[in-house]
Design a protein around this ligand. Structure first.
Ligand code: DC
Length: 207
């Protein structure tokens, strides 16, 4: 069973994906980490984020086995990821890794922006997770605060709104719900409520 989870930043999709992966004992790929790793490679090299050749080379050279998740979850890396993810050559370079992960025997859980539309359009279960920008900003602010990042809640909200626009309006694989995706609004839900609702969606599909 392939479970495809998409949604904007801090919608809760990552947490839901991790919990579904544990619940159904399926391997999980957080595809945002791939784009974050490319963004970080450019930041580390001091290269501009619109350097297509360098971004494509970084995408081709990725080794997910060596990812340092803490370093990739930094706010600035998320912003860089959103920029380089609009480059079609970067998306193309990351395609086969993601498709292969999705198609592995036994199934998988993947979360990102284009899982239900591009990476696994035949996934039997597609969940599009949403939440209000204010609630998402508060969640991300608390997460970044917990990591000791000096940032205000207002700045996080402004960045989330900018990122939403960038992710939705790019030409290459924009953030959009697949026509057959179930929408899950987590604005008023805590983690347990969101996970319960997601499991109910999966179970309804399995029946
Ligand atoms: O989910 P995240 O915040 O870790 O993702 C960081 C950025 O990577 C996001 O702003 C857009 C990009 N991304 C993408 O374009 N496609 C994906 N499948 C996953 C992430």
């Amino acid at each position: 069973m392939i479970i495809a989870i998409d949604g904007p930043a801090a919608s809760g999709k990552g947490t839901i994906a991790k919990r579904l992966s544990a619940h159904y004992r399926l391997p999980h790929l957080d595809t945002g980490l791939l784009y974050r790793a490319v963004g970080k490679a450019l930041l580390d090299a001091g290269a501009p984020l619109d350097d297509v050749a360098r971004a494509e080379a970084a995408a081709k050279a990725l080794d997910p086995a060596r990812f340092d998740e803490d370093a990739l979850k930094v706010h600035a890396v998320g912003e860089a990821a959103s920029m380089i993810s609009a480059i079609p050559q970067v998306r193309a370079a990351l395609l086969s890794l993601q498709k292969t992960f999705a198609q592995q025997p036994g199934g998988a859980v993947l979360d990102g922006r284009d899982i239900g539309t591009v990476i696994a359009p035949d996934a039997p279960v597609k969940i599009f997770v949403v939440a209000s920008p204010e609630v998402r900003a508060l969640r991300r602010f608390k997460e970044l605060q917990g990591r000791g990042e000096p940032i205000t809640q207002a700045d996080v909200l402004a960045d989330i709104l900018k990122r939403d626009t960038r992710d939705r309006e790019r030409a290459a694989a924009p953030l959009v719900a697949a026509a057959d995706a179930h929408h899950l609004d987590t604005t008023a839900l805590d983690v347990e409520g969101a996970v319960k609702a997601a499991i109910a969606l999966v179970e309804a599909k399995r029946r």
